[in-house]
Design a protein around this ligand. Sequence first.
Ligand SMILES: [Cu+2]
Length: 279
Amino acid sequence: MSQDLETSPPPEPPTNRPLPPGDRLGTFLARPYVKHIAIIWVICTLIWIPIAYWLSDNMGAGPAASKLMGALKETVFVFTLVSAPLMGFVLAVILYSWLGWGRVSGDEVPDLKNPAIKGNPIAITIWTIVVSFLAFFLVTWGIVEYTVVNNYAAGSDNPEKLEPLEVHVTGQQWIWSFSYPEQNGISSETLFLPHNRPVVFKVTSEDVIHNFWIVPMGVKIDANPGEVTLAGVTPDTLGSFPIRCAELCGMHHAFMQTQAVVLDKADWNSWLASMGVTS
Ligand SMILES: [Cu+2]
């Protein structure tokens, strides 16, 4: 028994102990799986970037129909882009764990040269600086973009400095209706808007909580019974755009949809004339 122990010492079990002092980073980088994970990391990150662009470009039912929506899409893209390396790293570790390490089985002893990177001050410092920089960048971007979006909502992107058009929006189970107090109070169940003129929506509800959402314009605000909420946008694209209710409001919530139609000056005036408003 004692002879056995002397001739064949038991193998050291797999360990998570820190690396011994010395060139810890060099030893870590020299491990074979570090190189493999790094390669998969780069590939996953590069694959994620076009996917992020596609997702941000296709959110909100087609191209942006206002500068406000353009700014929102840009922010979604930047945030996704900045998170791409982190996402790539997580995917790389998952893939390598599955395909690389997954083959260790039975009584095979795992490679003992792979203890964790615990206690490596260089790695901890790099990681802390990178994460702090990313967090600082995202907070700064968020604050600046919040101001930009609010200015757009207030009509700062209106090229001719026109007075905002006021539109009253009322949600009820399960339709939207719009009225135009400055145009003799005419009303409609399709939202007609003039091109490149800022609009202020005063939004309310007749019954339960709804949410007024002009998807490609980035306008989205609760419609509360007994309250008026405000939203604004300058539509900068001619055409017809979906409006949805974005708050579950009962049986036919999913059908609480209509259209916003953005008209050029001549068409806007003809629509007003067809409603009996003379300018
Ligand atoms: Cu609804």
